[in-house]
Design a protein around this ligand. Structure first.
Ligand code: SF4
Length: 343
């Protein structure tokens, strides 16, 4: 049964949606695409009021979970994701590197912990991990966990065996973004399908790990594509525990270098919809924060975002540094989320 406190009150806004919310006996409400469109198009103040109401029923409204992301293997990727600086198919000028040594990863993770991170994410630019790399990956997971950090990896597609191996090593989260709607997806990536993405997410879940899956706004997709992406995530057998929402950083040389920037209000609306559709998920402001004003980030936090990446870089992209984030947290009265509270 649904937990009563997670049911949004839709008496505010354009009529009541409450009767349309399907109770399928799962942990969160399920919404149809049409319902999600109605919510997305609420007057802005109503939408944010609902999102903030749902948010504070499920989380400390002033706590933000802080993750750190390290590129453990950069560039030279065989995939053709149109937004990415690391695809070998795009002339982005990025120099490829080999898989990092375990000792170096652990030294970076120790620093991140000292700087307040509670989750350490390790990303490799691969279509999928090679079996010969699995022992090294396992040693990284075990070492980072031993430091007292939550662990996350993003390594591309995972087979059921690879997922089981990483889960056995204690990997808490696996990130694999669906990127956009199923309809728009073929315009962004052609080397693996939307169904491939969902299969990896199912393998991760079946292995007992938590799921981190989100997408990117500003790739030329429509508003309906953004809504559809969130509905897909919310309607997974179990919604992801983390949903990163990225704003495209146009990379010179990549196929999406000249994509139209997303309207900031539309971005905030998307965050609010993610919060309402997935009440107990950590919604993360991910790549693109350097292009957001402090005011836009503040609106995103009000709309229900409660996770960020800290540090100067995100894989190969710029990120606001620690000092800027600390100042923003002070101005907004935000605090880092305790690990014990993070899901
Ligand atoms: S997003 Fe990942 S899979 Fe796609 S090209 Fe970049 S590194 Fe490769």
């Amino acid at each position: 049964m649904l937990r009563e406190q997670t049911r949004p009150d839709f008496s505010v806004g354009k009529g009541s949606l409450d009767g349309r919310i399907r109770d399928e006996g799962t942990a969160t409400e399920r919404f149809s695409l049409d319902d999600a469109k109605i919510i997305y198009n609420f007057p802005f103040n109503d939408l944010l009021f609902q999102a903030q109401s749902v948010h504070r029923e499920n989380f400390d409204p002033n706590a933000v979970q802080i993750s750190r992301l390290l590129s453990i293997k950069t560039g030279g990727c065989a995939e053709d994701c149109g937004y990415c600086s690391q695809s070998a198919r795009s002339p982005t000028g990025l120099k490829a590197s080999r898989l990092m040594m375990v000792e170096k990863v652990l030294a970076e993770a120790s620093k991140a912990k000292a700087e307040g991170a509670s989750r350490y994410c390790m990303g490799a630019a691969w279509r999928s991990p090679k079996d010969r790399d699995m022992d090294t990956l396992v040693a990284m997971v075990e070492g980072v966990k031993a430091l007292g950090l939550e662990t996350c990896m993003t390594l591309g597609m995972l087979s059921p065996d690879q997922a089981a191996t990483l889960a056995g090593a204690g990997l808490d989260y696996y990130n694999h973004n669906i990127d956009t709607s199923e309809e728009f997806y073929p315009q962004v990536i052609t080397t693996r399908t939307f169904a491939d993405r969902l299969e990896t997410l199912a393998n991760v879940r079946d292995a007992g790990m938590k799921v981190c899956a989100g997408g990117i706004l500003g790739m030329g997709e429509t508003t309906d594509d953004r809504i559809s992406m969130l509905v897909t995530l919310a309607n997974l057998p179990e919604p992801p525990e983390s949903v990163p929402i990225n704003m495209l950083i146009p990379i010179p040389g990549s196929r999406l270098a000249n994509a139209e920037p997303v309207d900031p209000i539309e971005f905030v609306r998307t965050i609010a919809l993610a919060r309402i559709l997935m009440p107990r998920t950590h919604v993360r402001l991910s790549a693109g924060r350097t292009q957001m004003s402090d005011e836009m980030q503040a609106l995103c936090f009000f709309a229900g975002a409660n996770s960020i990446f800290s540090g100067d870089t995100l894989l190969t992209a710029e990120n606001p540094g620690e000092d800027h984030d600390a100042a923003l947290f002070r101005r907004l009265g935000l605090k880092p989320m305790d690990m014990g509270l993070s899901q």
